[in-house]
Design a binder for this molecule. Structure first.
Ligand code: ADP
Length: 171
């Protein structure tokens, strides 16, 4: 399969994705927050927070996995994106690590399909186009080198993000 066929871009709410796993753009406490993190905890139910409490947080660029509880997805892979401080504080490498480490975990758990939000582009203020280039590059690279996951969906919250992703993912 061509690597671009394994990638899909959709507009929507990641909490309704029926992929094996969804990725959460969490903060380092893993104890919930706003944005996509808040939406995921709300849909998954309180058991997700209970499991997250046992994980002792997560460093920026790292990833940890929990069950999905009431979500349609069986797994949630929590990763902590970098806060944008102008781009010269290691932000690109840290953001790339988020995608890479989430995919490594997915492969380890035999996950076939996984959905990503636009990590760091909300409250963490990473410029959308720069972040999207990193997301697309990391995912494409991983998919050419690994059998799993077989399918990666980029879930865009709103039309603007959707168009940026579509442009860059289909190149
Ligand atoms: P961060 O702190 O990593 O910036 P945010 O949750 O603030 O995380 O935003 C990350 C991205 O997730 C933003 O592009 C935001 O528009 C998007 N987002 C927010 N809610 C959802 C959702 N329910 N499904 C998919 N994406 C979402």
């Amino acid at each position: 399969m061509e690597k671009t066929e394994k990638i899909e871009v959709i507009e929507g709410d990641i909490t309704s994705c029926k992929t094996d796993a969804i990725v959460n753009a969490a903060n380092s406490t893993l104890l919930g927050g706003g944005g996509v993190d808040g939406a995921i905890h709300k849909s998954a139910g309180p058991k997700l927070l209970e499991e997250c409490r046992t994980l002792q947080g997560c460093m920026t660029g790292e990833a940890k996995i929990t069950k999905g509880y009431n979500l349609p997805a069986k797994w949630v892979i929590h990763t902590v994106g970098p806060v944008w401080h102008g781009g010269t504080h290691g932000e690109p490498e840290l953001l790339a690590n988020c995608y890479k480490n989430a995919l490594i975990l997915a492969e380890k758990y035999g996950i076939n399909s996984i959905a990503f939000p636009a990590i760091s582009t909300g409250v963490y203020a990473y410029p959308l186009e720069k972040a999207t280039r990193i997301a697309v590059n990391e995912v494409k690279r991983f998919l050419t080198e690994h059998e799993l996951p077989k399918k990666v969906i980029f879930v865009c919250f709103g039309k603007a993000a959707y168009h940026v992703y579509k442009d860059l993912a289909e190149k």
